[in-house]
Design a protein around this ligand. Structure first.
Ligand SMILES: Nc1ncnc2c1ncn2[C@@H]1O[C@H](COP(=O)(O)OP(=O)(O)OP(=O)(O)O)[C@@H](O)[C@H]1O
Length: 368
């Protein structure tokens, strides 16, 4: 199809449709749209999204083509994803575009479970993802990944290769020292161990490194939040008053160290009876939504209390890998898409971001 040069350019038309689709302004979506060949506008438009929504791209493309009413053919519209690096207070880590802390004020609300499932959900949405288990005193990522006896390899005794598991890379203190050793470390030693894990792991190029923080909002967590170049954070809570009060402290902690909070994830929101379908609000109802509203934050996701979530975690068979089509997996992907978009749209992009990218993307560096 041909667009006259005097008429509105195709890039503008696509940007208007995208703005409506994502409830954004055209100024936000116009930078995503470019002619596929600048010297030949008839070659079509390429949209480069700064976030990951791979499972939605076919639907999005169809929607744009429908709205264009035949002005572009299917082969004249291309969608790509290129996650940008967000600004950080501390100098970035080589190869990692964005480090996202997953935190909770209260212990046991499902922070590690959420971290691991979000990591796989982001991967399924097209991102290169790593996970760093910063829960020095109770590392659970090795169990959840099903490789608790694995050890990272090192060629020079200074740096280690992260473990590869189902398409993501991971490192944890749990792969390095027996748990009873780490359990007696004092605060400074725990923070130093985390910094070492972060700096001495040979991370491939990652769009996101998910950091599973230790529970709580004390000195250890504050020091970690200050030392690690966090792009942003996500706070996990249950709808229960006690957990919400602690989640509030988590939000304040990140505000104190200038780390943007992307939103809340409410875990164990309800239990749905398998026999009759009734929902029971075991830990109270809508608490996460109320807290999010109070802080002007989005509620990125609500996950039920579900036996499959617990079973997959305990068995080390990640839910999103074993049952990618399940409704639970889709709920995690929905949260991952919201997280990715929220980061791209609210965090200031880093200037000179390519300077700290020196390696290959995940998948090229090693095999599972
Ligand atoms: N939505 C859920 N449905 C069912 N079980 C869950 C859910 N979320 C977490 N669990 C289970 O609850 C327990 C605690 O979860 P998890 O270890 O993720 O919490 P945590 O907040 O990281 O804990 P800690 O404070 O010890 O770091 C685990 O047994 C996990 O399998």
């Amino acid at each position: 199809m041909f667009f006259s040069r005097k008429a509105e350019p195709a890039t503008q038309k696509v940007a208007v449709i995208l703005a409506k689709y994502f409830s954004l302004d055209v100024e936000d979506t116009l930078p995503w749209c470019a002619f596929s060949q600048p010297e030949n506008e008839d070659a079509g438009v390429t949209v480069t999204l700064p976030f990951c929504i791979a499972t939605q791209l076919d639907r999005l493309k169809q929607e744009v083509l429908n709205q264009l009413k035949g002005k572009l053919d299917d082969d004249q519209l291309t969608f790509k994803q290129n996650v940008a690096s967000g600004e950080t207070e501390v100098a970035p880590v080589t190869n990692i575009k964005n480090i996202i802390a997953v935190a909770s004020g209260k212990g046991g609300v499902g922070k590690s479970t959420t971290s691991i499932n979000l990591a796989f959900a982001l991967m399924q949405e097209g991102a290169k993802v790593g996970i760093l288990d910063a829960d020095i005193y109770g590392p659970s990522i090795p169990i959840m990944l099903g490789n608790p006896d694995a050890h990272p390899e090192s060629e020079d005794n200074k740096h280690m290769q992260p473990l590869m598991s189902h398409g993501i890379v991971a490192n944890s203190i749990g792969y390095l020292v027996p748990q009873e050793d780490a359990a007696v470390w004092r605060g400074p030693m725990a923070s130093r161990a985390l910094k070492q894990l972060l700096d001495e792991t040979l991370w491939p190029v990652l769009d996101y490194l998910i950091v599973d923080m230790p529970p709580g909002t004390g000195d250890i967590q504050l020091t970690m939040a200050q030392q690690v170049p966090l792009t942003a954070s996500v706070v996990v809570t249950t709808p229960q008053d006690l957990a919400l009060a602690d989640a509030q402290k988590g939000i304040s902690m990140f505000e104190k160290v200038n780390v943007p909070v992307l939103g809340l994830i409410e875990n164990m929101s309800y239990y749905q009876c398998r026999a009759c379908g009734t929902k029971d609000y075991v830990f109270s109802k809508d608490g996460g939504e109320a807290l999010a509203e109070r802080h002007g934050l989005p509620l990125l996701g609500q996950l039920p209390l579900d036996i499959h979530i617990r079973e997959h975690g305990d068995a080390g068979t990640p839910l999103l890998i074993t049952s990618p089509e399940s409704a639970l997996s889709e709920s995690y992907r929905e949260a991952a898409r919201a997280l990715s978009m929220q980061l791209a749209l609210t965090v200031t992009p880093r200037k000179g971001a390519v300077k700290h990218i020196k390696g290959n993307p995940i998948g090229i560096v090693g095999k599972e």
